[in-house]
Every structure is written in C-alpha cells, then in structure tokens.
Ligand binder design. Structure first.
Ligand SMILES: C[S@@+](CC[C@H](N)C(=O)[O-])C[C@H]1O[C@@H](n2cnc3c(N)ncnc32)[C@H](O)[C@@H]1O
Length: 222
C-alpha cells in the first residue's frame, strides 16, 4: 500500500481500523450494531470506496507564520469538493472512551491525546489517531486560521456505517450548503487548494486551556 504524500514516518498508516486489546465483547457488539433510527439515519460509506491514500486531499506542511498550526501540517483539497460530500473515514485505534482511561502499562494516556474523538458515548467507544491513523488525523480546527473572511468550519465529523467492516466509524464530510447559499457556494463546499477545517468544539479548547494552566501551576510548584 503506498503512503500518502507527506505522511509522517513515525506513525503507522492505517487502511482499516485498529482495536485496543482492552475492548470487550459488549464494545464490539455496540460497534457492530447499525443504529436504526429511521428519523435520523446515519450515512453509509460507499461499499466500493478504495482503502488507502485519499486522492481528494493532501497532507500539507503549514508554512504561513500567521496560521495557528504553523510548523505542523493540515489537510488541503486537491479538487473542488461538493457540499455534503464524504471526504474520508477517520481511522485510528478504537478504544474504551473512559475508565480505565489510558493504558498505564504502556505509559500512554488517551485523555492527553489531541487526536481522540468520541465514536459512541453510550457504548463508551472513542477513536484515537495520535499513534496510528490515516490522513484524517491532519484536519485542523478553523479557529484563528487566516484568510477565512469570517467563515467558520467547512467540514465536520460524522458517525457513519461502514458496510466493508460492518462497523460504525467516524468520517470527515464537507459541510452541507446553507439554505442561503447562492451561486458557486451551492456546488462547491471546499475549493481546490483550500484547507479542510472542522470545529473541534469549545470543549477541546477549554480542556487544553485547563491542561496548560495545570502544567503552569505544577511548574510553579517545583
Ligand atoms: C488533530 S491534530 C491536527 C493536525 C496537526 N496540525 C498535525 O500536524 O498533526 C490537532 C492539533 O492541531 C493543532 N491545531 C489544529 N487546529 C488548530 C487551531 N485552529 N489553532 C491552533 N492549533 C490548532 C493543535 O496543536 C491540535 O492539538
């Protein structure tokens, strides 16, 4: 399997999900049960979606010093992407979302990961792409990104059903066109060359602030 351009050599590249060894039977059962709410059906990954590098996006180093993720990387569209279009699945390690939080034997704490998303809160399942994943792990948050002309996110995370694995999965979609969208905005959600940007939610940034404050307090006490 070829790797996507600019893939970091220290992170194994996934084409299918990985599973924490701590998942139990109930977790797998929940993961493999398709939500059946006719009023809110979940989208489905096309059965013929090819695993491996996604041609619609490119991992790109952020060289603009005004970009808040300067020095890191982001995900950019290689062609115009339609409103509501599936971009790619978000692959990582599926693990128990809460206690036992982290795997002390490995010295790893999921709570500190910046790549961890809830997959199913009721079933206590989350997906972490810090140590292993695909291109979706490079999606940045829209906050503070220059040149957006007041625009917010242009993409979102959605839970999908993947008929290839028979499991729920997280995926990145272009935001649908707003009711008031006119002209080109009705057919192009993310233009070629534009960065794919989601909202991590206020919780993410608040959690980060709290963690930074705690770190500063701990440093102050030493
Ligand atoms: C899921 S990763 C995104 C990919 C990351 N830029 C990289 O190269 O690995 C989340 C991290 O990206 C950075 N990031 C993403 N969006 C940001 C934003 N709007 N402002 C500041 N940092 C951001 C933060 O360091 C955050 O912890």
């Amino acid at each position: 399997m070829p790797l996507p351009a600019n893939w970091p050599s220290h992170v194994p590249y996934l084409t299918v999900p990985a599973y924490s060894p701590h998942l139990g039977q109930a977790h797998f059962q929940a993961l493999r049960t398709r939500p059946a709410d006719p009023s809110d059906p979940i989208p489905e990954i096309p059965r013929d979606l090819r695993p491996g590098p996604c041609p619609a996006v490119r991992i790109t180093p952020i060289t603009d010093p005004n970009h808040p993720a300067h020095g890191q990387a982001g995900l950019f569209a290689t062609r115009d992407l339609a409103p509501g279009e599936l971009i790619l699945p978000y692959l990582g390690e599926i693990h128990i979302g809460t206690a036992p939080f982290g795997d002390k034997t490995e010295g790893y704490d999921y709570a500190k990961s910046d790549y961890d998303l809830w997959l199913d809160r009721d079933a206590d399942l989350a997906v972490d792409a810090a140590r292993i994943g695909n291109e979706a792990r490079f999606v940045n948050d829209y906050r503070g990104v220059p040149g957006r002309d007041g625009k917010k996110a242009n993409a979102e995370f959605r839970v999908v059903w993947d008929p290839r694995t028979g499991e729920k999965c997280m995926a990145v979609f272009v935001l649908p066109a707003g009711k008031r969208a006119v002209g080109r905005a009705r057919v192009v959600g993310i233009a070629r060359g534009e960065e794919v940007l989601v909202s991590y939610g206020r919780g993410f940034w608040q959690g980060r602030r709290e963690a930074e404050e705690q770190d500063a307090d701990e440093k102050g006490n030493t």
